[in-house]
Ligand binder design. Structure first.
Ligand SMILES: *Cc1c(COP(=O)(O)O)cnc(C)c1O
Length: 858
């Protein structure tokens, strides 16, 4: 047998051999496959104790650890009473965590209407770097949503796709250009179990493709604490080669590839949840949460279920599906909205009613759901809104921006009345807080999922020491990574001595890491590069800057921005104070959020829907220095960080960047750095620490994903479950009623008119503030019953264009004489006006604006 050099032979396939654990250590397998270990330090410590060296080498991934630890070591541990006892205790702890009553179960005692299960659909899930199935913020948010739901006991089932190569790994060429790698992942080496029949046969879901073909997928399950996450995978030998590649990459490929992925996630996803629930006895979801438009086809599959299974017609089924659907929109950037050519949608949703992708769901009905201004395009966000009775943006500001952005879907209504609410995103505390911080703030609170609520009396110097330790850890990681990156870029080890002194553990450390779309303005800091150089090299009060981020592989502009940063940072004069770190992922992110003193964010307001990295920094006592966009617009209070003033009104983008960059340098140089370097006798920056303290105490609890998930439960899942029950009961009577009502409104509406209306002042001659006035109107109802409409008096200020502002609306009473009457108290002084409007009214409508129908007096 010849000996071959290891580098000269490439494997044709990768596969993973799972460890065979001694029986006494079987619980280690359970602890490794339930991803709760990712946010449970005692379990991580147990794995580290198995073999500290291997644990380090495999980057803290328990499955890889168990596969690589030598069998003798395992055999030794199987005889080690101490280790066995520790393992048993943690396995018991996990069992209690999985089975005990938590917040949701207590809440159910008061509120039996809470849904028995909620399905949460997302195209990406960032649970842990050991399951790299995400590209950035959206995926990490989805992962945090699952973890917080698990901590709270919310019965969620996650649904998405498993990508063969996840998102790309990033490195740099010698001249600073982004290079992408797509390592192939073997699901058997990941914390996943295939879903199988009781016989052991793997379960498949099937989705019809044009031309009589079938797209098959198997279902993998990751267990995220109490929450199962189902991931569909098309890489099966039974599939045609092109269909086999449907789940090859996240955000790779053309629109055809993309729509196939979304069809599989939405339609295949519902089928996967159904199968999972039948198989395991898990309750079927009553509520479906569509996390961004990508997953929106799920509503069509549920319409098909009701049409073919319950004998409903399309309208009735649509009403029933809407009632139990929640849609969350995540982007105020029009280019960020998912759209497909209408012809492509028609290609997949076919013309046939009885066969094809969704029997009973005609293609023209599908197309109407995604209609937008451009008749050639199908808009996934519009479909999301039309298939969900409840919708939200992800911060208060983003809620407002979304109401404006989608206003046209509710013509005739005030922007404020557009039925899109807001739930501000949050981050999973136990995942993102450094364990030292959790300990300081009380581990039990973090672990209970209630969040970092309080914060025990800790001296400034203790807290400062901790902040310094976290910064030092980051500096070490920066040095390691800079060296590695240069070796990869082709430098020789001998030239890299300087990397040992990159960064300084004593210097004010500013972080900036995010994906690289234009609106995030990666290079704003380079606007005046001399000024930046001065700040970095200030002899008294230097700043060091760590930058990271991936550009979408097809975005050459984004890659050029990265190159600009890299070229600046390559300069020997500044390279000890500014670094670009490659391959921003959850692992690198943790070091950054833990160790940075300041977290910088300078998006083009209001294009950042929420932003969550600054929240993770805040959890660790990092101070935010940010444009007031997304969450920071809502949470900045004047003493928990800094707001970079924005030049919102300035139309010229160049000038706007100049102004905002100047403001950024100014804040850094004249406020942030002086405060950081202003030390007391004990060397502690006391005024800085009081801001850190305030950040931990005031932002700590509010930025938590547990707060976010509780809001979803109370304001979205619970009302959606109630609506879903109301339309479903008694053989879908509610759905049939509401569909019939919608049809009548549809045909009568353009004949409904306010025939006349007037206002009279009660008593006094001239109207005065707070005085009652009487509004009367006569209305032509075109055959609708008076109980089926809401006729409202609308009173408010008028502006110069006679537009009503700051209105109050009062429902008018239908009198025996056939008139509508209301008494209104005048709410403002000055120029006022009134009008009368007619709205649909039905007990099963979520809001009066829901049908987008209103008739105004003329
Ligand atoms: C939190 C996080 C993000 C999102 O951060 P934003 O502030 O929303 O840009 C992106 N990537 C990783 C790895 C994260 O952990």
């Amino acid at each position: 047998m010849g000996v071959v050099g290891s580098a000269s032979v490439r494997a044709v396939r990768r596969f993973t051999v799972r460890a065979h654990l001694p029986e006494q250590l079987a619980a280690l397998g359970t602890l490794a496959t339930n991803l709760r270990w990712t946010w449970h330090p005692p379990t991580q410590d147990l794995f580290a104790a198995v073999d500290p060296e291997v644990w380090e080498r495999v980057g803290g991934d328990p499955l890889r650890l168990l596969a690589e630890v030598p069998a003798e070591r395992m055999a030794g541990l199987a005889r080690n009473e101490n280790f066995l006892a520790r393992t048993r205790a943690l396995a018991d702890d996990l069992r209690r965590y999985l089975t005990g009553a938590r917040w949701y179960q207590r809440r159910q005692e008061e509120e039996p209407g809470l849904p028995a299960a909620v399905a949460y659909f997302s195209m990406e899930f960032g649970v842990t770097e050991a399951l790299p199935n995400y590209s950035g913020g959206l995926g990490v948010l989805a992962g945090d949503h699952l973890k917080a739901a698990s901590d709270l006991g919310v019965p969620l089932v996650g649904v998405g796709l498993l990508y063969r190569s996840g998102y790309f790994r990033q490195s740099l060429s010698l001249d600073g250009w982004q290079v992408e790698h797509y390592p192939v992942l073997d699901p058997r080496g990941l914390p996943l179990e295939p879903l199988t029949e009781p016989t052991g046969a793997p379960i498949q879901v099937h989705v019809a493709m044009p031309g009589g073909r079938v797209l098959r997928a198997r279902i993998w399950k990751a267990q995220v604490g109490r929450v199962p996450l189902l991931l569909l995978d098309s890489d099966l030998p039974d599939n045609d080669p092109d269909l086999r590649g449907v789940t090859d990459r996240l955000y790779g490929g053309d629109q055809d590839h993309r729509i196939r992925q979304e069809i599989l996630a939405g339609i295949g996803g519902v089928r996967a949840v159904r199968t999972y629930c039948e198989l395991t006895g898990h309750p079927q979801p009553e509520v479906f949460h569509t996390n961004e438009g990508h997953a929106g086809f799920l509503g069509l599959e549920r319409i098909r279920e009701l049409v073919t299974g319950e004998g409903l017609d399309f309208e009735q089924a649509q009403v029933a599906v809407r009632a139990g659907t929640v849609f969350t929109t995540h982007t105020p950037v029009p280019a960020g909205i998912d759209r497909f050519p209408v012809d492509l949608v028609r290609h997949y949703f076919g013309s046939g009613v009885s066969d094809g992708l969704l029997p009973g769901v005609p293609a023209d009905r599908v197309l109407a759901l995604g209609a937008e201004d451009n008749p050639g395009m199908f808009n996934m966000a519009h479909m999301g809104l039309r298939l969900a009775q409840r919708a939200n943006g992800v911060s208060a500001l983003h809620g407002r921006v979304s109401r404006e952005m989608f206003h046209k879907l509710w013509p005739g209504f005030d922007v404020d009345e557009v039925p899109i609410g807001a739930v501000t995103n949050g981050v999973h505390g136990p995942t993102w807080a450094a364990r030292e911080i959790s300990k300081l703030l009380g581990e039990s609170e973090v672990d209970s999922g209630v969040g970092l609520r309080g914060f025990e009396p800790v001296t400034d110097s203790l807290l400062w020491e901790l902040r310094c330790a976290l910064r030092t850890r980051l500096v070490e990681e920066v040095r390691r990574r800079v060296r590695q990156a240069w070796l990869q870029r082709g430098a020789a080890a001998l030239e890299l001595g300087w990397t040992d002194s990159v960064f300084d553990p004593e210097v004010l450390t500013v972080g900036f890491a995010r994906r690289v779309p234009t609106y995030k303005r990666l290079t704003l800091m380079l606007r005046n590069s001399n000024r930046l150089r001065q700040l970095l090299l200030d002899p008294e009060r230097p700043v060091q800057l760590v930058v990271a981020g991936k550009s979408h592989p097809a975005d050459e502009g984004g890659k050029a921005l990265i190159q600009q940063i890299v070229r600046f940072a390559d300069d020997p004069a500044v390279r000890h104070r500014i670094v670009f770190l490659t391959d921003y992922d959850m692992q690198l992110a943790r070091y950054l959020y833990w160790g940075c003193d300041v977290w910088l964010n300078n998006p083009l307001r209001p294009l950042e829907a929420c932003g969550t990295s600054g929240m993770k920094a805040a959890l660790n006592g990092g101070l935010n220095l940010s444009v007031r966009d997304g969450w920071w617009d809502e949470f900045y209070d004047g003493s928990n960080g800094w707001a970079i003033p924005t030049a919102d009104g300035v139309g010229d983008p160049n000038r706007r960047d100049d102004l905002e960059a100047a403001a950024l340098y100014d804040l850094l140089g004249s406020q942030v750095a002086p405060l950081f370097y202003d030390r007391g006798e004990d060397g502690v920056p006391n005024r800085w620490m009081s801001m850190v303290r305030h950040t931990l105490a005031s932002l700590g609890p509010r930025v938590q994903a547990s707060r976010m998930v509780q809001e979803y439960v109370e304001s979205y899942y619970l009302p959606a479950a109630r609506s879903a029950a109301a339309v479903r009961d008694e053989g879908f009577r509610g759905a049939k009623d509401l569909a019939e009502y919608r049809a009548r409104v549809q045909s009568a509406w353009n004949r409904v008119r306010v025939l006349d209306c007037d206002m009279s002042v009660n008593g006094a001659q001239a109207p005065v503030l707070g005085a009652p006035v009487t509004v009367r109107a006569r209305v032509e109802l075109a055959g609708l019953d008076p109980a089926e409409v809401d006729v409202q008096a609308v009173v408010g200020r008028v502006d110069d264009a006679d537009e009503l502002r700051n209105v109050v609306t009062v429902s008018m009473v239908h009198t025996d004489a056939g008139e509508y009457v209301a008494e209104v108290r005048l709410p403002h002084t000055g120029a006022a006006g009134f009008t009368v409007r007619v709205l649909p009214r039905h007990a099963l409508l979520g809001t009066p604006a829901e049908l987008g129908r209103v008739v105004l007096a003329r």
